[in-house]
Each structure stands twice: as C-alpha cells, then as structure tokens.
Design a binder for this molecule. Structure first.
Ligand code: AHR
Length: 493
C-alpha cells in the first residue's frame, strides 16, 4: 500500500488536550485508585498514591476532568472541604449506592493536578445544585481578595487562588444530569454560566453539556440558543461492542466482536463530522471546541466485581480502540479542542488497574505513552491507502494513521493495523526528508487479540522496539504486524 507524508504541509496543531483524562467518584477510581488517605500504608504523597502519580506523570497528562460524570450533578462542593473527619457522608446513588465520605474534595483534586502538572477541568452541578453554589465554588477557588469564601479557602490551607481554566456547566443534562429537554438546558446553561465569574486575570473556558452519540438535535439546539455563551460543547461516545444490556466481556471475545468493536470505534469520525457540521452553521470559524470529554470502551464489569463500579480489564483490543480514536481526534483537531478518556484508574478503559498496593499498566496506557510525542505537534498531511479488513459481511479500513512534526522538527508517524489476521505493508514516501538515518520504532502487539496484563503477568502487552522497516531512497517500507500499533520517530539532526 502506498503512502506519503508531506513533511512541509502542516494542517493544524494536535493540541495536547486531546490526550486528556477523566476521573470520577465512581467505583475504585478516586478512592483506592488515586486517593488512599494520609494514614495509608501504601506509599503516598499527602494521601495520593505515589505509584499512580509516577505512572501518570509519564503520560504528560495535559488536563484532568473531575468530579464526574453523573456524580457531578449530585456533588455539593462544600461537602468536600474542611477537616476530613467532619465532612458530610453521602450516598453515591449512581455508582453502587456506596457511602462517599468526601475525603477527596477540591483541595485534594487541585493538589493532584499540581502534582501531575496538568490543568484541572471541573464539572459543576446543574442537575441538583444552585446557581449560587456554582458561583461560590468558582469564587472559592479563584478569588485573590478577602471575601468570606476566599478566606475560607485560606483557612483550609490554600492561600493563593488556584488557576482554573476549564469549567463544565453540568454533565449529561439530557440524562443523569436532570433529564432535561435541550431547550430547557440551553436556558439553564445561559443562566448558570453567567455567574461563573472571571476573577483577576482568570479567563475561564466554559463548556456546555453536550449530546450523547448521534443526538444531533441536542447540538443544534444548544448552538442555536447558547453558542455565544460557550467556549466548548461536549460530546460523549462510548464504544460498546454489544448492547447497553449486554455489552460484551472485556477479555473473552471472538474475532467478530473484535471487528464490531473496531467498527464502532471508527464511528467517532462520523459523529465528529456531523456534530461539527451543525456547529459550523453557527460557528464557521470554529471558535467553539467540540469537547469529547467522555470516550472509550464500555464493557461488562469483571465477573465478581460490583457491577456499579464499572471495573473492566483492558486488552490489545482496547489499545487499538485508543490508537484509532486518537487518530480521529488528530484529523479533526480544528474542531475537537479537548478529549478525556474514561476513566483514569480502575474504571472503564483505564490507564491503570490497582489491587491493594499492586498496580498494573494497561495496553491503553502504553498507547497514550507511545503517542505522547504528538502532543502540541503540528499535524502533517499524511495520505495513505487504507486497505480493507472484512468480517461479518462488512469491511472497514485495515490501517489508521497520523503524522506530526514536533517543536524540534522531529517527525512522528503512528500507525494501527486493525486486522488481527494479516500484516500490512506500507511503502511510505517522505517528502523533503533529506536524511532518514535516524529512525526509531516502537510496536505494541501481543500473542492474541485478548492478551492483557494481569497482576501475575503485568508485561504481557508492553511496547517493544520495532525493526520491521527498511529504508529505501526517500522512502521507508514498513511491515505492520497483525493487530499492532507502531510509532516511528524520524529524528531531526
Ligand atoms: O463514565 C461513566 C459515566 O458515563 C459518566 O458518569 C456519565 O457521564 C456517562 O454516562
């Protein structure tokens, strides 16, 4: 298959926020996964586990969304400040009905973001919270002066206001966030966001709660009624191989299910195009970002785990979903300004799984690590024959890919071969690359489609050096193994 990377044709910037994450008060994501508390025997820094911090730092996480999800619209931020043993205990009614002790609140989250060096993205409560409550939260976090709320923040241990850039005004308000009609939510959005104030030099990027999947009329209504009041509009889409009732097992699936999963992951492209076309009618300059702040695979919870905790294993299949979805975001980087995979630890398509003091990295983690070279790089025009992978009487492309140039002039090419049955040969022309001498490759693949890492065998699916390429005059011929993800780095002298 022929391909060309036009190394001088830049087509936008792959904003680092496309590599964002999402951590909700759900199952063992925050509690156990991130927060173990200051009395824990698990090594931690101010209650946040060190092993998770270390692993997440390696991903260069740009932005982290919190506290939900559905949890956001029943979260009352004042319950999560002040002495921990005095904090209100509430029922986490969406997620297993467990008691939430509010030990991880605003201060703990902001400290986590500082430790990770990432931007906080906070989602406020529209469904069951008041305008005043949302407004107070922003003042508490960001006001430099000596209002009662800013004083309270200082009393609780934080003198300086925090920098808060991203704020979501509600979550899934068509569903768990209040079961609203689009018209009603659009009005509420306009009202609530009015009181999300900018203090000092802060300029909050306001994100309206957007549509699920192909619910285009939601996007249309929000854009028509409220576009001028928003900086971003969200979109949620999960890759579910089966149905909502029977999603499919995480580690026990057939090749047909593998194929369907790839096909459904590729649907993200159509969703972005169609929601984007609606946005274009009201915002032709693409000022407003489409913020895909929940995406990833949603599979059956692991047998024996609490079904309300959404704990699922993660195989090579998830890694391919991550790779092809990130490529789709690159392609639409003019409209998609941020994306947040769900969720960081122990929930849905997680980066990390924990069991007591043990931790494993998932195949999805490795894709984010391999692809981080694209963050903030210029997207390059990359034309390639996509090939064909067929199953169940249907076909999808065999190959997905993306190329970028970083600030030092290094070029990175990432490629996914979705076909588990055969390799893919690509003959790639690299326009205007004088010296192809310094090429490094990394590959992620495994013995089988269902390969995954376990606490007993944590390294079944890990990146390895890749040598399946040959240099030719101004070209490189690459052989992608079946079901693989490859990143090639062409280093600038
Ligand atoms: O990520 C899990 C849940 O999926 C979120 O809480 C909700 O927003 C979505 O339905």
């Amino acid at each position: 298959m022929k391909a060309t990377v036009y190394t001088d044709k830049e087509t936008g910037t792959i904003h680092r926020n496309l590599y964002g994450h999402f951590a909700e008060h759900l199952g063992r994501c925050i509690y156990e996964g991130i927060w173990v508390g200051e009395d824990s025997v698990i090594p931690h820094t101010s209650g946040i586990r060190n092993d998770v911090l270390e692993a997440l730092r390696k991903l260069n996480i740009p932005v982290l969304r919190w506290p939900g999800g559905c949890f956001a619209d029943e979260y009352h931020w004042k319950d999560g400040i002040g002495p921990r043993n005095e904090r209100r205990r509430m029922v986490n009614s969406h997620w297993g009905g467990v008691i939430e002790n509010n030990h991880f609140g605003t201060h703990e989250f902001m400290e986590l973001c500082e430790m990770l060096g990432c931007e906080p993205y906070i989602c406020g409560n529209v469904g069951s919270g008041t305008v005043q409550e949302m407004s107070d939260w922003v003042e508490y976090m960001t006001l430099e002066g000596d209002s009662t709320l800013a004083e309270a923040r200082k009393q609780n241990g934080r003198d300086e206001p925090w920098k808060l850039k991203y704020f979501g005004v509600g979550n899934e308000n068509w569903g768990c966030g209040g079961n609203m009609r689009a018209e009603y939510y659009a009005d509420l959005y306009r009202r609530y966001q009015t009181y999300v104030r900018n203090y000092g030099d802060s300029k909050i990027y306001k994100i309206a709660g957007g549509a699920p999947d192909a619910r285009y009329e939601w996007t249309e209504t929000l854009m028509r009624q409220a576009a001028r009041y928003m900086d971003g509009l969200s979109l949620h889409y999960y890759t579910i191989p089966g149905t909502w009732q029977k999603k499919g097992a995480a580690t026990d699936f057939t090749e047909d299910e593998w194929f369907i999963t790839m096909k459904k992951a590729l649907f993200m492209d159509e969703l972005i195009r169609k929601h984007g076309e609606i946005m274009d009618q009201y915002d032709p300059d693409k000022r407003i970002g489409l913020i895909v702040d929940e995406w990833g695979t949603w599979l059956d919870a692991e047998p024996g785990s609490n079904p309300g905790f959404l704990y699922q294993q993660n195989t090579l299949r998830d890694a391919l979903v991550a790779g092809i979805t990130l490529h789709i975001f690159h392609e639409h980087c003019d409209r998609v300004h941020m994306a947040n995979i769900a969720q960081t630890v122990n929930v849905l398509q997680a980066m990390i799984l924990t069991e007591g003091s043990k931790l494993i990295l998932t195949p999805t983690y490795h894709v984010f690590e391999m692809f981080k070279v694209h963050q903030d790089a210029k997207r390059l025009t990359f034309e390639f024959e996509k090939g064909c992978y067929g199953r169940t009487g249907e076909t999808i492309p065999k190959i997905s890919g993306s190329a970028s140039k970083d600030k030092s002039g290094n070029i990175h090419l990432s490629l996914c071969n979705m076909d588990p049955g055969s390799p893919a040969h690509l003959d790639i022309q690299l326009e205007n690359i004088a010296d192809l001498a310094r090429i490094n490759g990394t590959v992620l693949t495994a013995a089988s489609q269902t390969s995954h890492n376990t606490f007993e065998q944590p390294d079944s699916v890990v990146p390895k050096p890749f040598s399946g390429f040959e240099r030719r005059e101004g070209r490189i011929v690459v052989c992608l193994p079946p079901m693989s993800i490859v990143v090639l780095a062409f280093q600038n002298e």
